[in-house]
Write a protein that binds this ligand. Structure first.
Ligand code: PRP
Ligand code: GLN
Ligand code: MG
Length: 487
């Protein structure tokens, strides 16, 4: 779950891309990069870590030109610490392409072989994004005839990309001297939204494509629409927009985990407000809590900041029990779940959260989190609550048990590390040290997220159900992922 942005402006793009990346920081903290295009010349700066520490003034000054793309990385393939695998990725032909990608390709083994043997292209990393840009380049090369690149040729190349790659990919690419291309996989698993603005005194539109709508709002762009699953959008250097459906049978099946945890609550994704989805997750969870508890079991309801706040608020309201904030969060520690490596994640939970004894002493607490994945957070939290003097600890998750690997851009590749995999709910409760553990059901999660809208009938929920929407995800593939991917 990386964050991506692309801009075709009438002014220098560097600051706009930087500002957008700051707003997408919650989607990835491993590394970041910006590339701009000044005529046919590309400029790029990439570095490890977060946006604020990665770009100095001199780096920004060198990013010339009115078109730009940016990326914040949360690695899912390859090496989180390897700068060579940070994005954007560049290939020098045809024309020169620079690409950013949010998602994860699931047929990288086949692609590695084909890219080398058939396309004779050399990959210098294990990143799936390097493969994606090379497939795009090969297909674009195959479509170009004559001296001019046409939108139809670009769209034909994207259609070929859809045929060759599998998995999830929300993608933005700059083609030197030509324009900006954005496309989304045929299931629309990862998000991508299109925006437009016309600056005062300007006679042409400026365009933005980004992972989340809050970026558009902040830049005073009007939200045009989400890029459709399988669709490609091509914006020329002078601001003309062309779009076309490039997939054979597109169907919107967006990732449920965006609504549960990943996205910022102030974003609207595929027409669904993330904040409202989280409130509704709280409503449904309250009903389940009522079924699994007795009167007197809960004195106060508490969120684990930050992501579970909306759900916890509505649980409290629906149960008619007081909402209190007993955990104080250190705002200078980033999101722990998206940090690489279990040791760092574990250390950071303690640095990030502190329990206030006055809120816990002698009380029966219902602690709400948006999800329990590895159990890193919840185990520490239950322990902290007990040390702070809690009497009875009930723990509830606004998402169902995570039992299966996520292979579409969220780094949970191995069943071994998922606390609910192969365990019953009482066994997980015991492991976390909670007196009672309550999970949202899959049906309730789905209807809470989709309530009130009719266009989407399905969500990508594989980490909860084990059902994968794309082709090559088999038991054999999952075993390979478990043996080779990051953890
Ligand atoms: O079971 P785990 O493996 O611990 O993962 C789940 C936890 O990780 C996330 O929090 P995070 O600290 O990343 O971000 P937040 O501040 O947005 O809640 C999520 O909100 C859960 O609290
Ligand atoms: N989370 C993501 O979207 C990751 C993108 C890409 N697979 C990488 O690892 O860099
Ligand atoms: Mg959290």
């Amino acid at each position: 779950m990386c964050g991506i942005v692309g801009i075709v402006s009438t002014e220098p793009a560097n600051q706009q891309v930087y500002d957008s990346l700051l707003l997408l920081q919650h989607r990835g903290q491993d590394s970041t990069g910006i590339a701009t295009a000044d005529g046919s010349m590309f400029h790029m700066h990439k570095a490890r870590g977060q946006v604020r520490e990665a770009f100095r003034t001199r780096d920004m000054r060198a990013l010339l030109g009115n078109m730009g793309v940016g990326h914040v990385r949360y690695a899912t393939k390859g090496d989180a610490a390897n700068e060579q695998e940070s994005q954007p990725f560049y290939v020098n032909a045809p024309y020169g392409i620079i690409l950013v990608h949010n998602g994860n390709l699931t047929n990288t083994r086949e692609l590695t072989e084909d890219l080398f043997r058939i396309d004779r292209r050399h990959m210098n990393s294990t990143s799936d994004t390097e493969m994606l840009v090379n497939v795009l380049a090969t297909e674009l090369e195959g479509q170009i005839s004559g001296r001019e690149l046409t939108p139809d040729q670009v769209f034909a190349a994207v259609s070929q990309v859809h045929e060759r790659v599998e998995g999830s990919y929300a993608t933005i690419a700059m083609i030197a001297g030509q324009g900006l291309l954005a496309f989304r996989d045929p299931w629309g698993i990862r998000p991508l939204v299109l925006g437009r603005r016309t600056a005062a005194g300007n006679d042409r539109d400026e365009w933005i494509v980004a992972s989340e709508s809050l970026v558009l709002e902040a830049g005073e762009y009007e939200v045009v629409r989400d890029v459709a699953p399988g669709e490609a959008v091509f914006i020329t250097l002078d601001g003309q927009l062309f779009s076309q459906q490039c997939a054979r049978s597109p169907r919107l099946v967006p990732c449920s985990f965006e609504y549960v945890y990943l996205a910022r609550p102030d974003s609207i994704m595929n027409g669904i407000s993330v904040y409202e989805a989280r409130l509704r997750l709280g409503d449904r969870l309250a009903d389940t809590v009522t079924r699994y508890t007795e009167a007197g079991d809960i004195d106060v309801v508490m969120p684990i900041p930050d992501s579970s706040r909306p759900a916890a608020m509505n649980v409290a309201q629906k149960l008619g029990i007081e909402y209190r904030e007993g955990f104080y969060k250190n705002r200078y520690v980033g999101r722990t779940f998206i940090m690489p490596g279990q040791a760092q994640r574990k250390r950071s939970v303690r640095q990030k959260l502190n329990a206030m004894s006055s809120e816990f002493r002698g009380k029966n607490v219902l602690i709400i989190d948006d999800s329990i994945v590895r159990g890193t957070t919840s185990k520490e939290i239950v322990d902290m609550a007990r040390h702070a003097g809690a009497n009875k600890v009930t723990f509830a998750s606004a998402a169902p048990p995570v039992r299966f690997p996520h292979v579409y851009g969220i780094n949970m590749p191995s069943r071994k590390e998922l606390v609910a995999s192969g365990r019953s709910i009482p066994e997980v409760a015991q492991l976390l040290g909670a007196d009672n553990l309550i999970y949202q059901s899959v049906e309730d999660m789905k209807s809470a997220i989709l309530e009130g809208q009719s266009e989407i009938t399905d969500l990508e929920m594989s980490c909860f159900t084990g059902e994968y929407v794309t082709g090559t995800v088999s038991e054999e593939y999952l075993a390979w992922v478990e043996a080779t991917q990051l953890s």
